[in-house]
Design a protein around this ligand. Structure first.
Ligand code: AHG
Ligand code: MN
Ligand code: MN
Length: 334
């Protein structure tokens, strides 16, 4: 069987479909290379002295792990020299990072969550990296926060890596969703899923049940109905999973369907997950795989951001389930 690598996939997309420019191709390849090196560091774990806290807080007041800081640095250094970026922004940096003057600037903006699932690092559970690519607004030479405040529908590419039993990379350039597995012997990303599609229906949900007392009525209604099982209104039994690494939960949903929820609730009034480098890229991928992604009342990718590190309620996955939850929200509003 012919093995298709990430490079080959991107070159083919550039040649035959014209959906990727040479600059975007380089950007994606460099991000993927950075993910390889993060994967390598993570796999060494305690041997490399990279577990535990960094002793600092990020802009959101969350304690940073050593690996949050390391992964952020790896992505920064990898992406500053290539000439395709105008600026980048990350969960772990207060403000957008400008491209140093010694390097040329390009047309794209990159946002990323360098290490998703930080609470799982020290307990050897899957973590990952999430990224999103936007175009720099015309005429902007030193992109500040404002340049990044674009709705998710403007993304030109999005992807995520999962550092799990194997390391995988999921990617969309607005032309469906493809998956690659890292071949550590060759050091290359090999396409293992040429067309990822989320089943429309599901019997599995992912939510942090410890927030139940804070949930809004539509979420409580949906979960209650799932829990009621075969004899309840849904007429079937549901199963539950919660990895607490969005990358792993979303990858499972891409693989076998399901619904993932971190809604706004009485404790997380603006939501828990970040719009620009968690909710938007995952929504783009999920929609491209035939699923849906809403914040309850609205499609996530239609939300106009107002802050770089803004949070957002997230309900995504199998289309029929997400639409049902959307109807519960709409009915609750009336
Ligand atoms: P991060 O590690 O980048 O801060 O993101 C963690 C996120 C997400 O991956 C996960 O779904 C969620 O936080 C888990 O939150 P709880 O610990 O509240 O379940
Ligand atoms: Mn995250
Ligand atoms: Mn993170």
């Amino acid at each position: 069987m012919r093995r298709v690598t990430l490079t080959q996939y991107l070159v083919e997309q550039q040649r035959t479909k014209g959906v990727v420019s040479a600059e975007l191709r380089l950007l994606i390849e460099v991000v993927a290379r950075a993910c390889k090196s993060i994967s390598h560091a993570i796999s060494k774990g305690a041997l490399a002295g990279i577990l535990g806290g960094a002793g600092t807080d990020n802009v959101q007041g969350e304690a940073q792990k050593k690996l949050d800081v390391i992964a952020n640095e790896v992505l920064l250094e990898a992406n500053e020299w290539g000439g395709y970026l105008a600026a980048m922004a990350s969960e772990e940096m207060d403000d957008p990072q400008q491209i140093p003057n010694r390097f040329p600037k390009g047309e794209f903006l990159l946002t990323y969550d360098p290490l998703d699932g930080s609470s799982n690092i020290d307990v050897n559970v899957s973590v990952g990296t999430i990224f999103s690519v936007l175009r720099c607004p015309e005429g902007v030479t030193n992109p500040d926060e404002k340049a990044f405040l674009q709705p998710g529908s403007k993304q030109v590419a999005a992807g995520f890596a999962v550092y799990g039993p194997s390391t995988i990379l999921v990617l969309t350039i607005g032309n469906g969703v493809v998956g690659f597995t890292l071949d550590r012997d060759l050091g290359s990303w090999v396409m293992t899923e040429p067309k990822i599609e989320i089943p429309g229906d599901t019997q599995e949900f992912a939510i942090n049940m410890s927030n139940m007392r804070n949930w809004p009525a539509p979420v409580k209604r949906y979960i209650d109905e799932c829990l009621a099982g075969k004899t309840g209104p849904r007429g079937k039994d549901f199963n539950m999973r919660w990895v607490a690494s969005m990358v792993a939960d979303v990858y499972r949903i891409l693989s076998r369907g399901g619904v993932f929820m971190y809604p706004t609730d009485a404790k997380h009034v603006e939501g828990r997950l970040r719009l620009l480098y968690e909710a938007n890229p995952m929504s783009f991928i999920v929609e491209q795989a035939g699923g849906a992604a809403i914040n309850g009342l609205q499609r996530i990718m239609d939300v106009q951001p107002t802050k770089l590190h803004q949070r957002q309620g997230v309900i995504l996955g199998s289309k029929n389930e997400v639409e049902l939850i959307g109807r519960y929200y709409a009915e609750n509003k009336q």
